[in-house]
Design a protein around this ligand. Structure first.
Ligand SMILES: Cc1ncc(COP(=O)(O)O)c(C=O)c1O
Length: 529
């Protein structure tokens, strides 16, 4: 343990000269340090500019075992001393090895290149450091968040009573959805606040929420966290387009009741993580209304359709949602974190309200003080809304929609070129901007060998920093995945990644190697076979 060599002074704060000196040394952001502030922000921006200019590859390909020793050498008790030194160190530790989402060879996960106005907003929100839990910590920031929630709800066709909050991401939004599904049912059965006070009733173990078999895992995780257990989440099969099979949903609900369990909700997905598929929200809405079930729509990815200028029709039925997850940090090109959870009936958020005398007393709410913490799982909360706000006020929603549409068009174009290649097996036609596929040589290879081959191709692409693509499993088999969110990437650039996949696939294909090693006569026979 490190011990301080100087005795603490209790009178420092009372001494204005020492206080100013401490603030200067600690580089506290205030009116005296504005030159320092501008200088350091400029230096940080310069470091980023230089890093992006240097980043010819999507990633250096560094392995954890190679980078770990560099970090071990850093002594956090021994400061670099100034920003240039700290940034030079950061270059070695991070910037030289970061995975660059703006790079045309990035095609892995749901990470987007970010819009410049949203980065400018980060500069503002970090400096002012508003916390969006109470009005008295954020003032106009609260109205910015509320206006964006109302705007998003209106785009989704939710009613005038809709309300919500910004969250840390889709996982937190889905957790809130699962919480409200559970507690809305409990409130109906046992009265408002009973579950909050007494915990879960015995019947909770029989509550069931229906999701498609390709829904996001955060819903299952949320069920476990909320004491419902993974078994509370019923996986409904999909049709060929990877949309929840609504006939199977109706059957599953009937079976659930027959088994003595209690259906409470259906979580539709608008843009599944792997396939980008959009569940039939009209059909699911009708089932939910008939069965009196809560309807959640996880539009973490598909929310880009809310601003799309070409594909908005795919949102048909989203207006039936009781709750909605939207990730602006996926399909609105905002820096992480920037997400929201919205309910059609704002009163439902009262299920998570907790008043603390020192923060958000009940009297403040009664007097109409707009404290976002009353609707949030978080207390201290970043002013992430400002990023979307400054983006909308600078470039407007259509520009974001064009960017999303550009990514969808890129996926279509890439799919077309991949269709022409017999060694690629494509699992679906892209609905949004993902493509799930695998390298499959023309000669027969076992499923196990295909798994290994595809895993090797992906690892080799990443190792060389040549391209970042994702992997997933479908029916237990390994597949490769492109997730495309960069409208600046061209189909030609995607062709280069496809060519690399074919090259690595061929190089690691055992059947090709066996033929190469076979006697000449055998090779000739196979050529003519
Ligand atoms: C459909 C879907 N829902 C929820 C999430 C979780 O979002 P987050 O990573 O922002 O927590 C994801 C993430 O990829 C997703 O694809």
């Amino acid at each position: 343990m490190r011990t301080s060599t100087t005795a603490p002074r209790t009178d420092d704060a009372a001494d204005p000269i020492r206080g100013a000196d401490i603030a200067r040394r600690a580089q506290i952001f205030n009116e005296h340090n504005l030159d320092l502030y501008r200088d350091q922000v400029d230096q940080a921006a310069d470091a980023v500019t230089a890093a992006v200019r240097r980043a010819k590859r999507v990633h250096s390909g560094v392995r954890p075992s190679e980078l770990a020793p560099v970090f071990e050498a850093v002594d956090l008790d021994d400061a670099c001393g100034d920003m240039p030194e700290a940034l030079a160190e950061l270059r070695r530790l991070y910037l030289d090895h970061a995975v660059y989402f703006h790079h045309p060879r990035y095609a892995a996960h749901l990470n987007c290149p970010v819009l410049v106005p949203s980065i400018a907003a980060e500069v503002v929100l970090s400096a002012i450091n508003s916390s969006l839990d109470t009005w008295d910590q954020s003032a106009g920031g609260t109205f910015i968040e509320q206006k964006l929630i109302a705007w998003t709800a209106e785009r989704a066709g939710l009613g005038a009573a809709a309300d919500g909050v910004f969250t840390s991401g889709g996982t937190q939004s889905n957790l809130m959805a699962m919480l409200l599904m559970r507690d809305a049912w409990c409130a109906r059965e046992y009265g408002h606040g009973t579950v909050q006070k007494q915990g879960l009733p015995a019947e909770a173990s029989r509550l069931r929420v229906f999701v498609s078999e390709v829904s996001h895992f955060s819903l299952s995780k949320a069920a476990a966290l909320l004491g419902l257990g993974h078994d509370a989440v019923v996986s409904v099969p999909c049709d060929a387009a990877k949309r929840m099979d609504t006939a199977a949903l109706a059957d599953a609900i009937a079976q659930c009741r027959a088994d003595g369990n209690i259906p409470v909700a259906v979580a539709a997905t608008c843009g599944t993580t792997d396939f980008g598929s959009v569940d039939d929200m009209n059909a699911i809405g009708a089932i939910c209304r008939a069965e009196k079930l809560w309807m959640h729509v996880d539009a973490a990815y598909g929310c880009g359709l809310l601003v799309s200028n070409r594909h908005g029709h795919k949102l048909a039925g989203i207006e039936h949602a009781d709750s909605l997850t939207v990730d602006y940090h996926k399909a609105f090109f905002q820096p992480v974190s920037c997400s929201a959870f919205i309910v059609n009936n704002g009163a439902a958020l009262g299920l998570i309200t907790h008043h603390a005398d020192y923060l958000n007393p009940a009297e403040a709410a009664a007097a109409g003080t707009p404290d976002q913490v009353n609707k949030s799982l978080q207390t201290t909360k970043r002013f992430d809304a400002l990023k979307l706000w400054l983006t909308l006020r600078t470039i407007g929603a259509d520009a974001i929609g064009d960017a999303f549409d550009g990514a969808v068009a890129l996926a279509r174009g890439t799919y077309e070129l991949m269709l022409a290649e017999p060694r690629l097996e494509l699992l679906h036609r892209p609905e949004l901007s993902t493509i799930v596929f695998r390298y499959r040589p023309c000669l027969t290879t076992s499923e196990a060998e295909l798994d290994e081959l595809n895993a090797t191709v992906r690892a080799q692409l990443a190792r060389d920093g040549e391209a970042m693509i994702a992997g997933t499993k479908v029916d237990g088999r390994r597949y490769l995945k492109f997730t495309l969110l960069n409208p600046a990437t061209t189909v030609e650039q995607m062709r280069e990644i496809v060519d690399l996949i074919l090259t690595y696939g061929m190089a690691n294909d055992r059947s090709v190697q066996q033929i190469a090693a076979a006697p000449a006569a055998n090779r000739a026979y196979r050529r003519h076979a």
